[in-house]
Ligand binder design. Structure first.
Ligand code: ATP
Length: 321
């Protein structure tokens, strides 16, 4: 398969079942199946940056482990850059990079430079390409003064930038990022995000990003895949998540003076008043325009704003359903 456009990552009806044994009573053991991934399908095109989210235990790590060939699926079909991860892990590792926010892949006691030298040998990266990739990451991730510092002396943000560099020295086409901004301060977070955007724009690196920080997704991804209990809950544009999750939008209206709650506007309901300000909810699928003109015609309107529900609220509601 030529991995130009089309499905670069192809996940079809993917399943992983773990058999867990439990002791029940003194001598008896029973076993049960945990369907960690229970029939997930999605495809990613080359160069897409996609958020992969879900609550704890949803099956994200299990999916990523199958995508990287660490775990074999119990069922379904999987292709990453034309490679079946479980069958041809050696070929796959040359095409993918992995960054785990909570674990470093660097050698704790070695300076960054020595860790990178080991990565170069492991992946047999040609010297010129290695030097070029390293110089680029060092510049963009501002690692210049840190190359000779042992990893254990680096701050979390510095270590994370060091880990991202290590994952990119062999020019992977796909980058899996698991909580890459966890615990980082605002400045480090911004630097990492900016770098990822640039990497994606310049190299068309396909990125799958798992995070609990939804602002990472808002900054980086146009698309989001949401899973829960091993099943796909949503796959689409980030903007669409607001609509499907909530069903309602809010119009915040400022009147000239305090008045009784606005009523008699078809399709809208006043849910809160505070002095001259009133909040009206209406279906997310409806247009706000007729509502606004009715209010403007009947009430002394000074200002108004439209509020989409926060993504956090939408997702919390999806998980609660
Ligand atoms: N090796 C295993 N043996 C048995 N059960 C497992 C194993 N690995 C994962 N599970 C179970 O599979 C389910 C999915 O776990 P997974 O780690 O993939 O979720 P996750 O979405 O990555 O969660 P988190 O956000 O907490 O990392 C959970 O119920 C978990 O307990």
């Amino acid at each position: 398969m030529r991995d130009t456009d089309g499905a670069f990552i192809d996940v079809r009806d993917l399943r992983k079942t773990f058999r867990v044994r439990r002791r029940s009573g003194l001598l008896r053991r029973t076993s049960s199946d945990v369907h960690a991934v229970d029939g997930i399908s999605f495809t990613l095109r080359r160069g897409e940056m996609t958020g992969f989210i879900g609550p704890n235990g949803a099956g994200k790590s299990t999916t990523i482990k199958m995508l990287t060939g660490i775990l074999s699926p119990s069922g379904g079909r999987l292709r990453v850059a034309g490679v079946d991860p479980a069958r041809d892990r050696t070929r796959l590792v040359r095409r993918i990079g992995v960054v785990f926010g909570q674990r470093t892949t660097l050698w704790w006691d070695l300076p960054l430079r020595d860790s990178y030298g080991l990565v170069r040998r492991m992946y047999r990266i040609p010297r010129a390409r290695y030097e070029e990739n390293l110089a680029r990451c060092v510049e963009l991730l501002e690692l210049g003064g840190l190359l000779d510092v042992p990893v254990r002396q680096l701050s979390l943000g510095q270590r994370m930038r060091g880990d991202i560099t290590a994952a990119l020295l062999h020019d992977p086409d796909v980058l899996y990022l698991d909580e890459p901004t966890i615990g980082l301060d605002v400045v480090s977070k911004a630097r990492v995000r900016e770098f990822l955007l640039r990497l994606n724009a310049e190299r068309r690196t396909t990125v799958l990003l798992t995070t609990h920080d939804l602002s990472d997704i808002e900054h980086l991804c146009e698309r989001v895949v949401v899973i829960d209990h091993g099943r796909l809950m949503y796959d689409g544009a980030l903007a669409g998540l607001h609509e499907i999750g909530s069903g309602e939008r809010t119009l915040v209206v400022d009147l000239e003076r305090e008045l009784p709650p606005i009523e008699g506007i078809e399709g809208a309901r006043t849910v809160r008043t505070e002095g001259p300000r009133q909040w009206l909810t209406f279906p997310a699928t409806a247009s706000a325009a007729p509502l606004v003109s009715r209010i403007a015609a009947d009430y002394p309107l000074v200002d108004l704003s439209l509020r989409e529900p926060a993504i956090e609220d939408v997702i919390a509601r999806m998980y609660a359903a």
